[in-house]
Write a protein that binds this ligand. Structure first.
Ligand code: PLP
Length: 380
């Protein structure tokens, strides 16, 4: 969709990267690191200052002691962190549970590691369901002797769901019963709305020794192009992750690791402003999409709005997305790309709002040309 957006000079609300500047102190730290000649390979599992900063941050936020030398592995973004984790922990034929709709990479990650993905549906909000939710019976039925891992993404892309403590405790109990590893992608953990709280799976009782927590600087510090992410995991799992990581990429860019360590010492006000800024952008995009005819699922975290496009009367999401980018000049992601189940997501479209006011204003102008054939309303 980003390529189509470029071809049609469309406003790109598809791929989740900010079009505004990254924080100056972080950019300065990157320049300083290059000038200080931090330009050669870092230790393969991550430069010590960054691993120490990650461990200290994790302990401060989640109350779990972390040994940087044994439990932290720095990778090329959380994308590599997830791939290295899957290759390290999964044997061909093992099953991995994935909530559907899912962030697009989890499907290929499962395939590349030889895992068989087992999808558990997150049902959309409706009259009897205030938030995206799984069916507890379906979740329990997905676990078996073949299950090796479950992937959780909270706050969630594409739905904006923030998994609540009781849900994570339910998942944790199943992990303990079936001896399953929880792999949690928490890269939006600072981007929460309406007083939501992030709960880290690793911090739940009995989960520290069976959880791989994945994070990165991409979203929290608006530097998706830096490619610095990491895993925090028990020592035995870290050992395997490091071996895979070493042969996949050797290491993340050394000067950007130094800058990432500096980023992790940003003051608390930075994170408050980040969440408040995104909440304002979320509200702005909701106020653009709803009058244009979209039914919006109000996100509680991350920076996407999943919408229902039934009001436009198109046969499917891909045709509608093509119309939107080519004729209206706004790019969004077809909902079906977040589902594996045939036919699912075909009346959905995901927009991102990690964009400048000017970008959102321009999208509003263009969306005014859209023709609606039915009513729409914002659900919360
Ligand atoms: N995980 C989720 C849920 C995402 O939404 C994204 C990017 O959109 C990524 C991982 C990729 O993160 P990174 O840039 O750290 O590789």
């Amino acid at each position: 969709m980003t390529r189509l957006a470029q071809r049609h000079e469309a406003v790109n609300l598809s791929q989740g990267f900010p079009d505004f500047a990254a924080p100056l102190p972080i950019k300065q730290a990157a320049c300083d690191a290059i000038l200080a000649d931090i330009n050669q390979y870092a230790v393969t599992w991550g430069a010590r200052p960054l691993r120490e900063a990650i461990a200290a941050d994790f302990t401060a936020r989640h109350g779990l002691p972390i040994v940087p030398d044994e439990q932290v592995t720095v990778c090329c973004g959380s994308t590599e962190a997830m791939m290295a984790t899957m290759l390290a922990i999964v044997d061909p034929g093992d099953e991995v549970i994935v909530f559907e709709p899912f962030y697009e990479n989890y499907g290929p990650d499962a395939i590349l590691s030889g895992a068989t993905p087992k999808f558990v549906r997150l049902y959309e909000p409706g009259p009897d369901r205030p938030d995206w939710a799984y069916d507890p019976g379906e979740l329990a039925a997905a676990f078996s002797d073949r299950t090796r891992a479950i992937i959780i993404n909270t706050p969630n892309n594409p739905t904006g769901k923030v998994f609540q403590r009781h849900e994570l405790e339910e998942i944790a109990a199943l992990c303990r019963t079936w001896d399953v590893i929880a792999v949690t992608d928490e890269i939006y953990d600072h981007i929460l709305y309406d007083g939501q709280q992030h709960v880290a799976m690793a911090a739940l009782e009995g989960m520290a020794d069976r959880t791989v927590t994945i994070n990165s600087v991409s979203k929290t510090f608006s530097v998706t192009g830096w490619r610095v992410g990491w895993t925090v995991a028990p020592a035995d799992l870290t050992n395997g992750i490091r071996k895979v990581h070493d042969f996949l990429t050797v290491g993340a860019a050394a000067p950007l690791q130094a800058a990432a360590a500096a980023a992790l010492s940003m003051p608390a006000a930075y994170y408050q402003d980040l969440a408040a800024g995104y909440q304002a952008r979320r509200d702005r995009l909701l106020a653009i999409l709803e009058p244009a005819g979209f039914t919006c699922y109000r996100p509680k975290g991350a920076y996407y709005i999943m919408t229902d496009i039934a009001a436009f009367g198109f046969p499917n999401d891909v045709e509608f997305a093509r119309h939107l980018v080519a004729d209206i000049g706004v790019a969004a992601v077809p909902g079906s790309s977040f589902y594996r189940t045939a036919g699912a997501g075909q009346q959905k479209l995901r927009f991102c709002f990690c964009k400048k006011d000017e970008t959102l204003n321009e999208a509003e102008k263009r969306l005014a040309k859209l023709k609606v054939s039915g009513p729409a309303s914002v659900r919360s």
